[in-house]
Design a protein around this ligand. Structure first.
Ligand code: UD1
Length: 421
């Protein structure tokens, strides 16, 4: 098993180019199923999740080649199983978003129910209700969702809750439905807008992505596309916190600043200097960090995917911070590990009270989910002494070789291949 070992206390300086966005890329990989022409994706991040999605596409009958530039040829899907198996869905929940494209393009799909995951129950009821509103018939059998529709028809649907994946799944399905669809209370995340942009390039007719109402006029066919994925706002945010914590001075090249206002706002409140430069975002950490209050919200609010990372900043700030998690019910798993490193954090339900400044000290810690792992890396960067982070396969799902990214900035960080499980 791999582990990451960090010798803390190094100031990070220099510049780093932000990679393509994991979550945007995964959904565009799914969108390639909506056509029978080949699709080319550029700036694909080299991540475990991206590879899992490529594996699923191959299982469905696609030919997938390349990593950074990925070619997806979906011509074999018609003769394939039209099924996402339990093993693939349990490895990565985003696998359920092949449902909409398969149903819309091939009239049926069979997808394993995802079940719970480390950060909570994470149901897909809204995906299913939305697809039903477009005329799908749905059966739940043997742990699988079976969907059918000779041809989806346009419909109206109001989401009960704001869901990114649900919005994307139903939006993709509606692109090939007969007639017009209107989706309300949809997610406004940049990844929804990015997907709509790609679908539009493929020939779809979509209005309103990025607002809370999306209207789609169905078309008969979509064509292949050549598209470069937007930079990852969460990777950029994580690196911004790394610079801030280490009193560093780092230029985040290509950082998608327009998608980062809530994160940049909180960094500035904490006293971090964030400057918009022509090449990206420059982040300079202060001598003393100020405490902050953060509540996670759907976009444009503060992203839940940055909650664990900002908590490390709060732990090192001079005073009391409050962090409230409103999106997922069980997303404080990093707290006990941060506490072992010396952070003073008390969790009460959805709220965490953090009293700083903590003098973090290195030890062996265990990663529990993707963003929790990132918070442990951040803590390791400022901790006194040596931090060993185990179970880094969580980290590798969403951060491309983090050690190779951080080392040129001055971090003392390496990967070991011999850690116990
Ligand atoms: C996506 C992101 C993930 C991020 C999350 C919230 C991808 C691949 N993943 O996940 O990194 O943390 O958005 O920004 O883009 N819900 C329901 N019913 C549903 C669907 C969702 O109740 O049918 C609930 C969830 O349990 C959760 C909330 O809605 O409490 C938001 O989840 P959702 O936006 O769907 O997250 P994902 O799309 O799975």
């Amino acid at each position: 098993m791999d582990s990451i070992v960090i010798e803390g206390g190094q100031r990070l300086t220099g510049s780093i180019r932000i990679n393509g966005a994991k979550n945007a890329g995964l959904l565009i990989q799914c969108a390639a199923l909506l056509t029978d022409q080949p699709t080319t994706l550029r700036h694909v991040p080299k991540l475990a999740d991206t590879r899992t999605m490529a594996k699923l596409l191959r299982h469905l009958g696609c030919e997938v080649e390349g990593e950074r530039t990925m070619q997806i040829d979906p011509r074999g899907v018609a003769a394939g199983p039209l099924e996402a198996t339990y093993d693939l869905v349990k490895t990565m929940r985003a696998s359920v978003t092949v449902m909409g494209p398969l149903l819309a393009r091939y009239g049926r799909a069979r997808v394993s129910l995802p079940g719970g995951c480390a950060i909570g129950a994470r149901p897909i009821d809204q995906h299913l209700k939305g697809l039903e509103a477009l005329g799908a018939t749905i059966d739940l059998r043997h742990g699988y969702v079976e969907l059918r529709a000779d041809r989806l028809r346009g419909g109206s649907f109001v989401f009960d809750t704001v869901t990114v994946g649900g919005t994307q799944n139903v939006m993709m399905a509606a692109t090939l439905a007969k007639g017009a669809s209107r989706l309300e209370n949809v997610a406004r995340e940049p990844e929804v807008e990015e997907l709509a942009c790609v679908l539009t390039k493929m020939g779809a007719r979509i209005r309103g992505a990025g607002t809370s109402v999306i209207e789609i006029e169905g078309v008969d066919t979509l064509h292949g596309v050549d598209h470069a994925i937007i930079p990852d706002r969460i990777e950029a945010g994580t690196l911004a916190v790394a610079a801030a914590l280490t009193q560093g001075d780092v230029l985040l090249e290509d950082a998608p600043v327009d998608h980062m206002h809530s994160v940049i706002g909180k960094l500035q409140e904490a006293g971090v200097q964030c400057t918009y430069e022509p090449d990206g975002l420059r982040v300079v950490g202060p001598d003393v960090l100020r405490p902050i209050d953060v509540s996670t919200r759907p976009y444009p609010g503060f992203p839940t995917d940055m909650q664990a990372q900002i908590m490390v900043l709060a732990a090192c700030a001079n005073g009391q911070s409050l962090i409230t998690e409103t999106i997922f019910e069980n997303r404080f798993m990093h707290v006990p590990e941060l506490a072992r490193m010396g952070a003073d954090i008390h969790v009460n339900g959805h709220c965490a009270v953090i009293r700083g400044p903590a003098r973090l000290s290195g030890t062996t810690v265990m990663a529990t989910d993707l963003r929790a792992s990132a918070s442990l890396v951040l803590a390791g960067l400022v901790a006194q002494g040596r931090t060993e982070i185990r179970r880094v396969y969580h980290l590798d799902r969403g951060y491309e070789t983090i050690e190779e990214r951080l080392r040129p900035l001055g971090a003392k960080i390496e990967r070991r291949h011999d850690a116990p499980a």
